[in-house]
Design a protein around this ligand. Structure first.
Ligand code: SF4
Ligand code: SF4
Length: 149
């Protein structure tokens, strides 16, 4: 995957998510051992979406990570729901919906650059204050959306 991780022509004034991140749909974030936690809400939503009951979904599509459930991986190392795209996109777990607008970027901006190492959609030529402002905005929007569910 070739990417220069830059966003020529971004507008600092708009402070929108697309100024600093454009998903390339490469699936890089969907592979590797299951760091994708699913909450009870996620479990219910995904189970309904794939027409399973929550218990069957957990049994067939999840693995245990400590006391939590994470999405299982297929033999190819990708999330079990990855098939050239996310097959549960409308109900994908909160973790997937939030990426890459996460709290740790506001705590330490170095995390943004670190994340860009594995995510070609993250732009690295943006001033730190703009990145932080965009991430904050997105966190607020996500929080409001989740409250409405
Ligand atoms: S790694 Fe980044 S660019 Fe690739 S699919 Fe995931 S979020 Fe999109
Ligand atoms: S649920 Fe979708 S977005 Fe999340 S890791 Fe799996 S395939 Fe990727």
């Amino acid at each position: 995957m070739v990417s220069d991780n830059t966003a020529s022509g971004y507008s600092a004034a708009s402070g929108s998510a697309t100024d600093i991140f454009q998903c390339k749909k490469c699936g890089e974030c969907c592979k590797g051992f299951g760091g994708t936690y699913v909450t009870e809400k996620d479990i219910d939503a995904i189970a309904r979406y794939i027409h399973k009951d929550p218990e069957t979904f957990i049994e067939d599509f999840c693995q245990k990570s400590g006391s939590k459930h994470v999405l299982a991986q297929g033999d190819n190392g990708y999330c079990i729901f990855w098939d050239e795209l996310c097959t549960i996109h409308p109900v994908k777990p909160g973790m997937c919906r939030a990426w890459p607008f996460i709290e740790s970027v506001i705590k330490d901006i170095k995390n943004w650059k670190m994340m860009a190492g594995s995510c070609p959609g993250i732009c690295t030529d943006i001033p730190e204050n703009v990145v932080k402002a965009c991430v904050k905005n997105e966190l607020i929007k996500t929080g409001k959306r989740d409250q409405q569910k």
